[in-house]
Write a protein of this length. Structure first.
Length: 488
């Protein structure tokens, strides 16, 4: 015969709020277990002779709440092997009670029937005490597992299970990432009972409130000031839609995918510059400019009825999961090279599945800077074995290409000379790739070095009040060497 675990809710307040039916069951039950004795109803019933077995000792023995709930559930299933038992929890059993969810999920495997009865949720008295109507938009979250990106700041937020100062501190730090330090929040303890306490404090003082216990919740009022929402993706999307809307900006409204191409390229190079500066604030700003370009293209797609930014996000999210089976599934890739190989195989399989047939090098954009495209072309060809095994033949090839270029120069054939010079550059890129040097990055570094040293010479001449033409190349070279000595 299957045993039964009956779960009773003790409500959110004192004995006066407890339904009569629940009260009678508590009084006559023989095997009563409670998650915690720290509840007004149990303190009052103790005076009437009720002495249930609690799991408070497990809270003291475990460091993680998940371990506490797992152990409580294990004990309850073990007890239910021999007899029907009653398990009482604060509030309503199906509101913010992980142990009850664990019991329901594990009942079948343990051959136990779990029934849930009564108990007022703490939400009703919380709404009544705060004079809040949840129809305006409401979110209930767990203070022990609060995640910033899940918060709906435009809604009423009730954070439950803020048991102590440690949890309150974690909640405070999470909220302070998205709200001002002095944003008003209300600590609600024992709502609706004679012991009810409502304390409004600025956010930074949340963990200093002394009335924190297992009957405590934290209320965060909806954000009304739009300026506090500028960090949210939804706000950015709304701003871009407004700029592109009928009453928006004339410049933004006239843009197309084609007209925005140069701006996207420009912003990408500015990101690279910010990275080189090692200026994190500048980098954040420039990445924002790139994101703006993405949002504009997405809005144009939405205005045209072809795609939205949600489609963009879905596409890249699914791709990342699909191409990282070593993270999200059971595949293995123990080093970066294995990851790249796996990525390429999955990418090729995706194309074959879609019926797409293309050459190995067709996926490399023709619009890339020529030096970078040469690097990628060679790298792609090398993956199928079209590559030299060591550097020696590469150096020989470079000498050969230099000689051919010089021959064309002597012939004064500009077209042929340009073609041979391209061969020289292509071979240099090949050598750079062998030594794991990014040629585009290497040339960028040299460009910047030249600019620094040339600027030094220019500044020196300005300070001396002399013009460029007044100095010989040897004198200018001497200034160049001075710049070099100074580490420029």
């Amino acid at each position: 015969m299957a045993r039964t675990i009956t779960v009773l809710g003790l409500g959110a307040g004192d004995l006066n709020q407890l339904p009569v039916g629940i009260y009678k069951k508590l009084k006559r039950v023989s095997s009563l277990y409670v998650r915690t004795k720290e509840h007004p109803v149990l303190r009052e019933l103790k005076e009437e002779g009720l002495n249930p077995e609690s799991f408070d000792h497990i809270y003291e023995a475990k460091d993680q709440f998940s371990d506490v709930y797992r152990e409580i559930t294990r004990v309850l299933f073990e007890k239910a092997k021999d007899e029907d038992i009653v398990y009482a929890v604060p509030g309503h059993p199906l509101v913010a009670e992980e142990t009850v969810q664990r019991l329901l999920n594990g009942a079948s495997a343990h051959g136990v029937t779990v029934t849930v009865e009564g108990g007022q949720s703490f939400l009703d008295p919380v709404f009544a005490s705060l004079k809040v109507d949840p129809i305006e938009g409401f979110q209930l979250v767990d203070g022990t597992a609060l995640k910033q990106d899940e918060l709906q700041l435009r809604h009423h937020i009730v954070i439950c299970q803020v048991y102590d100062a440690f949890i309150a501190s974690e909640v405070k730090l999470t909220l302070m990432d998205v709200l001002p330090d002095d944003y008003p929040v209300t600590v609600v303890t024992a709502a609706g009972s004679l012991e009810e306490v409502l304390t409004e404090v600025p956010l930074y003082e949340l963990d200093r409130v002394t009335s924190l216990n297992n009957l405590t919740a934290v209320y965060v009022p909806p954000v009304k000031d739009e300026a506090l929402l500028t960090h949210e993706f939804g706000k950015l999307r709304s701003v871009i839609a407004t700029l592109r809307g009928p009453d928006g900006c004339p410049w933004d409204r006239k843009q197309t995918h084609e007209s925005l191409k140069p701006y996207l390229l420009e912003e990408l190079y500015e990101v690279l510059e910010a990275i080189d500066e090692q200026n994190e604030d500048h980098l954040a700003e420039e990445l924002g400019d790139v994101l703006l370009q993405v949002m504009l293209h997405a809005q144009i797609g939405e205005d045209s009825g072809y795609f939205t930014v949600s489609d963009v996000i879905t596409s890249i999210t699914e791709k990342m999961i699909r191409r990282h089976p070593h993270v999200f599934e059971t595949a293995e890739a123990d080093d970066p090279e294995a990851v790249v190989t796996q990525w390429e195989k999955i990418k090729q399989a995706e194309k074959e599945e879609k019926g797409m047939s293309e050459g190995l090098l067709d996926s490399i954009p023709k619009s890339l800077p020529s030096l970078l495209r040469a690097y990628k072309v060679q790298k792609k060809a090398a993956k199928v074995g079209f590559d030299w095994g060591d550097a020696q033949p590469m150096h020989e090839k470079l000498r050969e290409e230099l000689a051919e270029w010089e021959q064309e120069l002597l012939k004064e054939d500009k077209k042929a000379a340009a073609e041979e010079f391209g061969d020289v550059l292509f071979t240099i890129v090949n050598i750079a790739r062998y030594y794991k040097i990014e040629p585009e990055e290497a040339l960028r570094m040299t460009n910047e070095k030249f600019v620094r040293r040339f600027s030094f010479i220019e500044k020196t001449l300005q300070e001396s009040g002399t013009a460029w033409e007044k100095h010989t190349l040897e004198e200018l070279d001497a200034l160049w060497d001075r710049a070099k000595e100074q580490g420029l």
